[in-house]
Design a binder for this molecule. Structure first.
Ligand code: PLP
Length: 402
């Protein structure tokens, strides 16, 4: 059965970590990984998560029974409130549903399944570039027309808004359009509010289904409400739409696989039917979600003191990222590295699309043992006050030498 199987291509981001781990040089840096790091280069278990986990460990009223198929009710309710704001009209009108999922990935997966099987969509458009898994998930769910709209202007190192609107304008009817709510991965570049208005005008005109990918709420500004603006704006415009929420980054719960698919419906009758079909999809996909991550998120969000503490933890992460952006730009400017580096501080979120080309990336890896994706994306949290001089000088040499 298995003898003729060919090797699948490596997954770039995991391959990069393997190469980094195998590098015997002691002075090496991995800027590829998509997770937060402290200024000491270490993973961070948020203090508020530690506190809640300690309480959970001794709480004898908790057990490990199955959750409802759509997931933990308190978690879904709190996650929706966090995204849309407590006073959101759609919440008040009882027309928003949440389906707990295996990370943001699982939320995107059940959304794609639903759009294909229940809504009969066959076209999906996502940005070029985008998070490496969007296209694969929709193809795996049977979408036969999976395309990318222009998004990044390499010359200006900012959004190619005209290209985006032109490509979306030419997309067929019945298209699912993926938009990143904030902190676009990998570019760190997002539409401004006026551009969002124009995008949603087009979405309404063309009757697109929007899937808003919200994997980094809080990471752009450190303010969860400000970063939730896009989803709230879509409600204001009267759309029915999906949002895939991930708590991997803003709770540091990467391996707990905790996400939520938010579905904003036209009314509460529709919502009940949507949930019933979603439950069928979850039932045949993973049957039932795990509770540990959901319980942590629900407990933290449900209590004013822990909510406050968590908001401070998020702010701390965002502030460190913003500081690293500023320091990198200043150091490159001080070194006289050719080109403008303003985009480093104009971009938001965990990643920066540096504009380094593949041969410059090659120099960084081979000569300086600095690992990053071929497209020049770096994780800003991989920079620290201890390694930033070395990394800035290496970038300077890579740009001037190649
Ligand atoms: N969407 C985007 C844009 C991401 O960057 C990621 C993770 O890196 C995800 C979705 C998936 O998140 P999760 O790890 O929670 O599945």
């Amino acid at each position: 059965f298995f003898g003729d199987i060919e090797m699948a291509p490596p997954i770039e981001v995991f391959n990069l970590t393997r190469q980094y781990n195998e590098d015997p040089n002691s002075k090496k840096y991995n800027l590829g990984v998509g997770a937060y790091r402290t200024n000491d280069g270490k993973p961070w278990v948020l203090p508020v998560v530690r506190t809640v986990e300690a309480q959970m460990a001794t709480d004898e009223t908790l057990n490990h029974e199955y959750l409802p198929v759509a997931g933990m009710p308190d978690f879904r309710k709190e996650a929706i409130k966090l995204l849309l704001g407590e006073n959101c009209s759609a919440i008040v009108e009882n027309r928003v549903e949440g389906v707990q999922a295996i990370g943001g990935t699982g939320a995107i997966r059940v959304c794609a399944n639903f759009c294909k099987k229940i809504l009969n969509f066959d076209n999906m458009y996502t940005s070029n570039p985008t998070w490496g898994n969007h296209m694969g998930i929709f193809k795996a769910c049977g979408f036969s027309n999976v395309k990318q709209y222009r998004y990044w202007n390499a010359e200006t190192r900012s959004i190619d808004f005209e290209g985006m609107i032109e490509d979306l304008g030419a997309a067929p009817d019945k298209t699912v359009v993926i938009l990143h709510g904030c902190c676009h991965n990998p570019t760190g570049v997002n539409p401004n509010k006026d551009q969002w208005r124009q995008i949603i005008d087009l979405v309404i005109e063309k009757k697109f289904m929007v899937l808003l990918d919200e994997a980094y709420q809080g990471f752009a500004t450190g303010d969860l409400d400000a970063d939730g603006w896009t989803a709230r704006y879509l409600v204001e415009r009267g759309l029915e739409f999906f949002v895939s929420q991930s708590f991997s980054k803003n709770f540091g719960l990467y391996n707990e696989r905790i996400g939520n698919l938010v579905i904003v419906c036209a009314n509460s009758d529709v919502k009940v039917k949507v949930r019933s079909q979603m439950e069928m999809i979850v039932r045949t996909t993973w049957s039932n979600s795990p509770n540990h991550g959901a319980r942590i998120v629900a407990t933290v969000l449900n209590n004013a003191a822990t909510l406050d503490e968590w908001k401070n933890n998020v702010k701390e992460m965002a502030t460190r990222i913003i500081l690293m952006r500023k320091m990198l730009k200043e150091k490159l400017s001080a070194l006289g590295t050719p080109g403008s580096w303003d985009h480093i501080t104009n971009q938001t979120g965990m990643f920066s699309f540096t504009g380094l080309n593949p041969s410059q990336v090659d120099v960084l890896t081979k000569k300086y043992h600095i690992y990053l994706l071929k497209n020049g994306r770096i994780n800003m949290c991989a920079l620290t006050t201890h390694n930033i001089d070395y990394i800035a000088e290496a970038i300077h040499h890579a740009v001037t030498e190649s």
